[in-house]
Design a binder for this molecule. Structure first.
Ligand SMILES: [Zn+2]
Length: 103
């Protein structure tokens, strides 16, 4: 009985964590023009929350974070090149190149 109740709370907590991660990325998006340092903080908080709650960050959001320096990748911070079905995103902060296939 006690175990199942705890488990239920755990699922609920992960659901809340997922919502918070979405919201943090929204905030990062809203703030990145004026305060890019804040967007980076929001993204760092979202990542930490995801790890602690074992919630996977959705792919579309993950692509908004540099995998090297972990900064928030706003359009102004990246160079995007499309070639042969591969999208190359270059981080303007650290120069890391991330490649994704696209249709
Ligand atoms: Zn970077």
């Amino acid at each position: 009985m006690a175990v199942s109740r705890r488990k239920k709370g755990y699922y609920r907590a992960r659901e809340i964590a997922r919502e918070r991660i979405e919201r943090l990325f929204l905030l990062a998006e809203e703030e990145h023009l004026r305060r890019p340092d804040r967007s980076d903080r929001y993204v760092a908080i979202a990542r930490r929350m995801g790890m602690r709650m074992r919630v996977r960050i959705p792919r579309r959001l993950k692509r908004r974070v540099c995998k090297e320096c972990r900064c928030y990748l706003s359009p102004g911070r990246t160079r995007v090149r499309l070639r042969d079905g591969i999208m190359t995103v270059t981080c303007a902060e650290c120069g890391e190149q991330m490649r994704y296939p696209y249709r």
